[in-house]
Design a protein around this ligand. Structure first.
Ligand SMILES: NC(=O)c1ccc[n+]([C@@H]2O[C@H](COP(=O)([O-])OP(=O)(O)OC[C@H]3O[C@@H](n4cnc5c(N)ncnc54)[C@H](OP(=O)(O)O)[C@@H]3O)[C@@H](O)[C@H]2O)c1
Length: 286
């Protein structure tokens, strides 16, 4: 297949490119340099020209404005990039009968259900980032029947600036650590998510999926486990509530995702503890 990946300079987009290139012709686009095509998904004409030039067999769309606090400060920009940008690609792929996969988030849910969310639970976002991702989901589902909507959560990636790297470098620098106990979701290794997406796109079983590493955990327990595995078992981590961690975007409280649809067709990710150990080993070996 000829696969066009948006956000190809980002954490997941780059990993998708690495994993798919042995089996497919892969072309990457991003607002950043260093990929095959420069693309701003908010520019409909640029999206139209790129699709005409590449003529892909499928579009994978992880590109997004992922700065959740930035989204809270500028919700209109969040909606433009994550919502309207997705609607552009959805309309163009639908017009040409091309399948499209959109990467969405646990933050489309409000976190008040009290059990893990299944694929058909109703989104009800509580912050600007979640709202913009939800807009993207609906824009795609409404116009392109050949869609995959893949929700994931708490991605950790090599070369990324994410929660785990922040915790480990703070511990290495001897800085005091305070981590939230009442935010719960599924930590997910981008390498595992990319592999799951690579399997999913072979199936042509269109629909909504929850592709996360198995198991839910609080931010605090996730940090504690990572520190213990990385040789910082003595580093103290204070427990705080999400209301004590002042930030523009308040995350939903309890948003584990249950992978029912993917599991029914054999697309399953390993437990997050195994993935985190594999991630830390890969980081340590450079
Ligand atoms: N990270 C997580 O914990 C997490 C959790 C659940 C779901 N997701 C979803 O998973 C996907 C991938 O996440 P990620 O962590 O790999 O994100 P990422 O590293 O931030 O990659 C996203 C890429 O899209 C680019 N981009 C931003 N605006 C664009 C535009 N207007 N046109 C084209 N490209 C644009 C970004 O550039 P800039 O760097 O310049 O913005 C970046 O290179 C996203 O859709 C995200 O919503 C992420």
């Amino acid at each position: 297949m000829k696969v066009l990946i948006t956000g190809a300079a980002g954490n997941l987009g780059a990993e998708l490119g690495r994993q798919l290139e042995s089996r497919h012709t892969v072309l990457g686009a991003d607002i950043l340099d260093g990929v095959d095509y420069r693309l701003d998904v908010t520019d409909f004409e640029a999206c139209r020209r790129l699709l005409a030039e590449v003529a892909p067999d499928i579009v994978l769309h992880p590109a997004a404005w992922t700065d959740v606090d930035g989204c809270a400060r500028d919700p209109a920009r969040a909606l433009l990039i994550n919502g309207v940008g997705t609607a552009h690609l959805a309309a163009l792929t639908a017009g040409q009968g091309i399948p499209m996969l959109y990467v969405s988030s646990n933050e489309v849910f409000d976190g008040r259900l009290g059990r893990p969310y299944v694929e058909f639970d109703r989104p009800n976002p509580v912050n600007a980032y979640g709202y913009s991702k939800c807009y993207g989901e609906r824009a795609l589902a409404q116009v392109n029947p050949k869609h995959y909507i893949v929700r994931s959560s708490w991605l950790f990636a090599h070369d990324g600036r994410n929660f785990i790297q922040a915790i480990l470098s703070a511990a290495a620098a001897g800085k005091p650590l305070r981590v939230v106990t009442n935010e719960v979701a599924n930590p997910t290794y981008t390498n595992d998510l990319a592999a799951a997406i690579a399997s999913l796109i072979e199936t042509e079983r269109f629909g909504s999926y929850h592709l996360v590493n198995e198991g839910a955990v609080s931010r605090w327990h996730f940090a504690r486990f990572a520190l213990d595995c990385a040789g910082f078992a003595e580093a103290p981590v204070a427990r705080i509530s999400r209301h004590e961690w002042q930030r523009p975007s308040l995350p939903p409280e309890y948003t584990p995702l249950a992978n029912i649809a993917g599991a029914s067709i054999g697309v399953v990710l390993r437990p997050w503890q195994e993935s985190l150990r594999a991630f830390l080993e890969a980081e340590a070996s450079g």
